[in-house]
Each structure stands twice: as structure tokens, then as C-alpha cells.
Design a protein around this ligand. Structure first.
Ligand SMILES: NC(=O)c1ccc[n+]([C@@H]2O[C@H](COP(=O)([O-])OP(=O)(O)OC[C@H]3O[C@@H](n4cnc5c(N)ncnc54)[C@H](O)[C@@H]3O)[C@@H](O)[C@H]2O)c1
Length: 393
């Protein structure tokens, strides 16, 4: 028997699945977080959030106490649920083509446990057309397939999700109605779309953001080559001139979503997504650009370079696809002495930020954690501050 109050989340101890599971459980649903990551399963069941997610720790403890949520590696537990939400990763390979095999194969496994009255909801960001393929795989067991992409910004899901309009698309009227009713419990506005529209809205949104950041990164590089201050020029651009109000800051544009989804879109468009490729060259090229600029001025073999911040963005412990890590690797491959520090990502190689500043000749501010804003960096040190966090003042 399916229970309408039961939800299974596959990839439930990952970034998207964990937060979503907590949100549903806080609305009275019984949530099983199904995952293959044993370490995260253990953490969740002992009431410990597996990574930084704002407001998750207290909520998790309460939901575990109230027996509204648990984590498991048993896929067969989906039998207990009316709703099955898929949040597993959709990576690209080293040639930046989507790795579809694992994602698609998963549905052959899932199919064995499906029944006609269940609702399968894909939440991952997918290569356009994948929903149709998956529908063909599972339809003889269950034809209620929806695509409802996640649109939160990482680590703020619990705060953001209730405020964002939810896209709902599906392969059957039942799938659409059921998914709409489900998501209505956790957010105010629902937008019904075609499946292909929802797939493209998700990828276009991430590609748009990725390209937008690359514009400022390109401007930053131009300014650096002219020995000019991009942050000053950016401020003048914005001063009383509303058309420029939204120009982003430059920075290390990285993480598990923006580049990956831009490349999924490009692959879907037969690699003719020229803007996407230019943005990738600019954003991914920033670490090399910084090193080259420094090499022109200094003999880096005689310097110690401190990399301040390792995570892919500020106030997170997530280093997936971090450009700070790419920078560190590049420096090490050139046999340059490096030091590293981070406020949230822990490794024994890290040292304290103040020690890093003291011991380094050159400091590269790679992640703009708030804790670095007030760092005192002496005039005798060289600071590379692509975020304008410290120079800005
Ligand atoms: N991270 C974000 O902020 C964000 C935002 C919007 C959309 N997305 C999309 O959501 C999807 C998930 O991203 P994420 O950041 O949560 O990834 P993640 O790696 O943090 O989580 C994925 C989880 O799936 C689990 N998993 C993988 N294969 C599995 C299987 N066969 N069975 C059960 N569990 C399995 C992994 O162990 C992991 O815990 C991706 O498509 C991503 O693009 C992510």
C-alpha cells in the first residue's frame, strides 16, 4: 500500500535531496532519504547534517526526534512511498559531455520497485530529452513521471525554496496534478510547463548566470592587463546609471552546477553554443591568468603563495569543481611553494588564515568568505583579490 504522506528521495543525503527531504518532513511528510553514500547516511541518522546547509542542523535533529525522516541505502524502501523524487547527480565527463549512463541505468533498477499509482519526480538538472527516455524505461511499471527541476542556490535551499515558484511538468495529467499538489505544500507559486520547457528553463538559467559572471571576469582581465582597477571602473559604471546596476563582481566562477549545465546545454546544441564556450574559456582560465600575471612580475620559485579559501563559493564547505583547488594544483605542478587555508572545508593541510598571511609573500584571495573581509594584510605583501573583497574598501 502506498501512503500519500510518504516520500522517498533518491540521492537523499546529497545537497539537493537532503534539504528537500527536510523541507517535506517539516510539512508533516514521512521522508526516507535513499542514498549510496554510507557515511552521509550514518551522519543523517545520528542527527548530523552531512554538509553546511543553512538552518538544517536544528531542523534535522527535530525531524529525527519526531521520526519524520531517516536515511537508508535500501532502494526497495521506495515501495512505502507515494512520491519518489530523484535528486542524484548529473555530471559531465572530462570532455564536458553529459555522463548519462549511470543516471539512465538507475531507472532500470528503480523500475523493479515501482507500481502504477506512484509518482516519480525527477528533480536533478538533466540533459534535454532525458525525461522522454526515462518515461520509455519505466512506463510499463509506472507512467506517472514528472520533471520539477530544483532551482535553489546551494546551501540556502531551506530559506529559498518556499519563496521560489516551482516548475511542474510531466508525462501524464496525474503526474502533473499530483506533483503540483505536492509542491503546493512547500511553496506558494506553481508554474506548469511542458517537459522540454522545464528542461531548458533550468539549463538556460544556469548558462545565463555563468555567462553573466564571465563578462565581469573578462573585464577584470582587461583591467589587469592595463594596470587599472576593475572595481573602481565597475563602481563608476553603476553610479547613477541603472542600465549597469546588475553587473556582477569578478571572481572564481565555479561549483558543481553552472559550468556543468552550460556544457549540458552545449552538448544538446551540438557544441554550437558559442557564448557558453567563451564563458567557459574565460571563467576556467582565470587561475592560469593570475599565475601568468604573477610570473611576469616575480620569480615565483622564490616566493611562498598563500591560497586563501578553497571552497567553490563563500560560506560553504563544498570544494566540488572549485577554481581555488584548480589554482592550487597549477601552482603545485609548477613546484611553487604554497600554503592553504579555509574557514569551512577542513583538511590537515590547512593553516590558520592569519598564519597564512604572515608566512606568505603573495596571497591569492580565492574564496570570498566573510571572515577575510577584515584581514589585515601588510603593505609588504602582494595581494591578488579578484573578488574585490579587500581592495574594494
Ligand atoms: N547543488 C545545488 O545547489 C543544485 C541546485 C539545483 C540543481 N542541482 C542538481 O541536482 C542534482 C544533484 O545535485 P547535488 O548537488 O545534490 O549532488 P550531490 O552529489 O550532492 O548529491 C547526489 C547524491 O546522489 C547520491 N547518489 C548517486 N547515485 C545514486 C544512486 N544510484 N542511488 C542513490 N543515491 C545515489 C550520491 O551519493 C549523492 O549523495 C544535479 O543534477 C544538480 O545539477 C543542484
Amino acid at each position: 500500500m502506498n501512503n500519500k504522506r510518504n516520500i522517498s528521495i533518491i540521492g537523499g543525503t546529497g545537497h539537493v535531496g537532503f534539504a528537500l527531504g527536510l523541507i517535506f518532513s517539516s510539512k508533516g511528510f514521512n521522508v526516507s532519504l535513499i542514498d549510496i553514500n554510507q557515511e552521509n547516511i550514518k551522519k543523517v541518522n545520528s542527527g548530523k547534517a552531512p554538509f553546511l546547509e543553512e538552518n538544517s542542523q536544528t531542523l534535522l535533529k527535530r525531524m529525527i526526534r519526531e521520526k519524520k525522516i531517516y536515511a537508508t541505502n535500501e532502494l526497495k524502501d521506495v515501495r512505502k512511498s507515494k512520491y519518489i523524487v530523484i535528486c542524484i547527480g548529473t555530471p559531465v565527463d572530462k570532455n564536458l559531455n553529459p555522463k548519462l549512463k549511470n543516471f539512465i541505468n538507475f531507472f532500470y533498477l528503480l523500475k523493479k520497485f515501482l507500481r502504477k499509482d506512484q509518482i516519480v519526480i525527477i528533480r536533478s538538472s538533466i540533459y534535454p530529452g532525458i525525461c522522454d527516455k526515462i518515461y520509455e524505461i519505466i512506463k510499463s511499471s509506472c507512467s506517472n513521471l514528472s520533471y520539477c527541476p530544483e532551482r535553489i542556490v546551494q546551501s540556502k535551499a531551506i530559506l529559498e525554496l518556499p519563496k521560489l515558484p516551482q516548475l511542474v511538468s510531466g508525462k501524464s495529467r496525474i503526474a502533473i496534478n499530483e506533483s503540483r499538489n505536492l509542491f503546493k505544500k512547500v511553496c506558494k507559486k506553481i508554474i506548469i510547463t511542458e517537459v522540454i520547457e522545464a528542461e531548458l528553463v533550468k539549463l538556460f538559467s544556469n548558462a545565463y548566470r555563468y555567462i553573466n559572471f564571465s563578462i565581469s571576469n573578462q573585464f577584470y582581465m582587461i583591467c589587469q592587463n592595463l594596470d587599472l582597477n576593475f572595481f573602481k571602473i565597475r563602481n563608476i559604471m553603476k553610479d547613477g546609471y541603472m542600465r549597469n546596476a546588475n553587473i556582477p563582481l569578478s571572481g572564481f566562477t565555479a561549483g558543481p552546477c553552472l559550468l556543468k549545465d552550460t556544457m549540458q546545454l552545449s552538448s544538446f546544441y551540438n557544441h554550437n553554443f558559442l557564448l557558453g564556450h567563451s564563458a567557459m574559456n574565460i571563467n576556467e582560465g582565470i587561475p592560469k591568468f593570475i599565475i601568468k600575471k604573477l610570473e611576469k612580475k616575480f620569480n615565483l620559485k622564490k616566493k611562498v603563495i598563500g591560497v586563501l579559501g578553497l571552497t567553490f563559493k563563500s560560506e560553504t564547505d563544498d570544494i566540488r569543481d572549485s577554481l581555488a583547488i584548480k589554482l592550487l594544483k597549477l601552482l603545485k605542478s609548477k613546484k611553487i611553494k604554497t600554503l592553504q587555508s579555509d574557514e569551512y572545508f577542513k583538511t590537515e593541510k590547512n593553516i590558520k588564515k592569519k598564519d597564512l598571511v604572515r608566512k606568505s609573500d603573495i596571497i591569492i584571495l580565492a574564496t570570498p568568505h566573510k571572515a577575510y573581509k577584515k584581514l589585515k594584510i601588510g603593505k609588504n605583501k602582494i595581494l591578488v583579490d579578484i573578488w574585490g573583497l579587500i581592495e574594494k574598501k
